[in-house]
Design a binder for this molecule. Structure first.
Ligand SMILES: [Zn+2]
Ligand SMILES: [Zn+2]
Length: 349
């Protein structure tokens, strides 16, 4: 089979890999949809040879198939996999990490935090941008019947990450939330926060992305590069600042803006990957009794809960996707995504 590989320096290679066969406890999926996530841009933009280690999640020995939002059907089952774990034809998402299975983090479904280190599919282990993908049966999360494979792909990282963050900060219909960055994670957060009843204020430098956020229910949108963005946010919240602020931009400016726009006793959540931030601690945190939370993806249980939430409310997650690609078009797909003005892309097999 052919798989999409990040070769570094914004190069994509379609490489040949042997078709995987399931070992004990494993299954092979026939991929149906494999999403493009903002965190792909780290390995995509990395120097030659640095792609698998770009996010500080370990490194791979050789080239790996990209794609950490895998969704498909079970096509082959290895020894020792029970029917209640997987049957041929099951529609499934993958929780895209493998840990030791025994430490407290693995036992509670947070295998990405495994004490022995984890494999991250699409980064340090073969991911979903190929016809087939081999994973332990324990990584499978059922895809509800009413959800499409593309929605399942989104839930497998970007949308699931947005859901996990909103749950971490206990968002409710009482809240006004500002969301810095309206890429796939930020836009999902806008859509889900609306479904949870909150007022959403969306920020992004791209006018296309701001327009999409408003179409998804944001009551206002702002360009964060403006001189008085924080004052504009205060003006939209009767001078108080927002109850909750989420940074999905991964930029120092977005994080700082999130901290400064939160009200007294407010909560800030950092979701965007990489880089740093400078905070003037006394005025920006202490005097406001601020809470800052970091949120990294979700557990296997959280992924299933996110899928259920979306299925029960009929949320149009597929509207996130502006581009549907074949694997042959991977170079063009990532070139467009790299500009960070489009919506979400997905490979269909
Ligand atoms: Zn573990
Ligand atoms: Zn991701």
């Amino acid at each position: 089979m052919r798989g999409v590989v990040f070769a570094g320096e914004r190069q994509i290679e379609l490489m040949d890999f042997p078709d995987p066969a399931p070992g004990p406890g494993e299954v092979v999926l026939e991929m149906k949809a494999s999403g493009m996530c903002g965190s792909d841009l780290g390995p995509y933009r990395a120097p030659k040879g640095g792609s698998s280690s770009a996010l500080g999640l370990g490194a791979a020995a050789g080239p790996v198939v990209a794609g950490h939002e895998p969704c498909g059907v079970v096509a082959a089952i290895g020894a020792g996999v029970e029917p209640r774990q997987a049957r041929i034809g099951d529609r499934v998402m993958v929780h895209h990490y493998k840990g030791c299975g025994l430490c407290p983090h693995c036992r509670t479904g947070w295998t990405q935090m495994c004490d022995s280190g984890s494999t991250v599919y699409g980064m340090t282990g073969h991911g979903g941008h190929a016809a087939l993908m081999k994973v332990p049966a324990s990584t499978l999360v059922p895809l509800p019947e009413s959800l499409s494979f593309t929605t399942g792909a989104a839930i497998s990282c970007g949308t699931g990450t947005a859901y996990g963050a909103l749950r971490r900060i206990d968002l409710s219909g009482n809240d006004t939330i500002v969301i810095f960055g309206q890429g796939p994670v930020g836009l999902s957060a806008t859509q889900l926060a609306r479904a949870m009843g909150a007022r959403v204020l969306a920020l992004d430098p791209s006018p296309e992305r701001r327009a999409r956020a408003c179409a998804f229910g944001a009551f206002a949108s702002l360009d964060p590069r403006g001189n008085d963005t924080i004052q504009a946010i205060r003006d939209l919240t009767h001078g108080r600042g927002v109850d909750l602020a989420l940074d999905a931009s991964g930029t120092p400016e977005g994080r700082s803006g999130a901290v400064r726009s939160a009200r007294k006793w407010g909560t800030v959540c950092f979701v965007g990957e990489g880089g740093n931030v400078t905070i003037d601690v006394s005025p920006e945190m202490l005097r406001k009794q601020l809470t800052i939370v970091a949120s990294w993806t979700f557990s296997t249980v959280g992924q299933a809960e996110c899928a259920r939430f979306i299925a029960e409310r009929g949320i149009a997650v597929d509207d996130l996707f502006t581009d549907r690609w074949s694997l042959d078009q991977a170079a063009e797909a990532y070139r467009l995504f790299d500009r960070q003005t489009a919506g979400k892309g997905v490979f269909l097999m």
